[in-house]
Ligand binder design. Structure first.
Ligand SMILES: [Zn+2]
Length: 227
């Protein structure tokens, strides 16, 4: 009853096509749900997400849930997730992914889930990390802990003494670091999660840092891959 009234007073729009949602619909209208462009990469060892990392970093597996093309529904959905204050999209897609992954054994020996971190200032501005809902969905389904503190994003300012006024401007660089206090000798198989896979450069940087930890393997999952 209250939901009905709220729906009339504050109608919600589909986050994929902007059409008004029916009361029974959440996040996406039925039409958009039917048209979700699944990649099915989780069923293939040699897939296009995996190709992004060949020759760069050794990983166990990589796959992306959806395919993302310019101007398409997934672009709007991800735009809503990242820039329009709709963190719930992350959990929604994460749940779908969690169900699909139950037909595989990709997550059987994962020791921790690591969402690609945002720099703390960016997280403060956005109000959330857009990968957190995805991590929560996988964590809930598979009972695997999320580690939000092992991998951190910092801004590295290189020494300015040898640089002139113009060079100084570009001397700040975002880098990933590993919290050295958490290192153990145990085997690790991290599940690294991100929203969008484009070049793979961000994930590659994360992997390079994490793989410095002894006895570490990495599997990567993304919500969408650009085509
Ligand atoms: Zn729609």
């Amino acid at each position: 009853m209250i939901k009905d009234i709220l729906n009339v007073l504050f109608p919600k729009n589909c986050l994929g096509c902007s059409n008004l949602l029916l009361q029974s619909e959440e996040i996406l209208c039925l039409l958009c749900r039917d048209e979700l462009p699944f990649s099915q990469e989780h069923l293939t060892v040699d897939n296009a997400s995996m190709h992004k990392f060949y020759g760069k970093v050794p990983i166990e597996h990589a796959s992306s849930l959806l395919l993302y093309s310019k101007g398409g529904m997934i672009q709007q959905l991800i735009h809503n997730l990242k820039y329009k204050n709709h963190p719930e999209v992350s959990f929604f897609l994460g749940n779908i992914y969690a169900h699909l992954l139950s037909h595989t054994n990709l997550l059987t020996d994962i020791t921790a889930i690591i969402p690609v971190p945002l720099h703390k200032n960016k997280k403060k501005t956005r109000g959330y990390n857009q990968v957190d809902g995805f991590a929560k969905a996988i964590s809930t389904h598979y009972n695997i802990e999320i580690n939000n503190t092992l991998l951190i994003k910092t801004i590295k300012t290189s020494s300015q003494t040898t640089k002139n006024r113009f060079q100084r401007k570009g001397s700040k660089k975002e880098v990933f670091e590993v919290d050295q206090t958490q290192l153990t000798t145990e085997d690790n198989h991290f599940l690294l999660l991100d929203d969008i896979l484009t070049t793979g450069n961000t994930l590659e940087s994360c992997c390079k840092k994490l793989l410095q930890i002894p006895n570490t393997k990495i599997t990567i999952l993304c919500l969408a891959r650009s085509i």
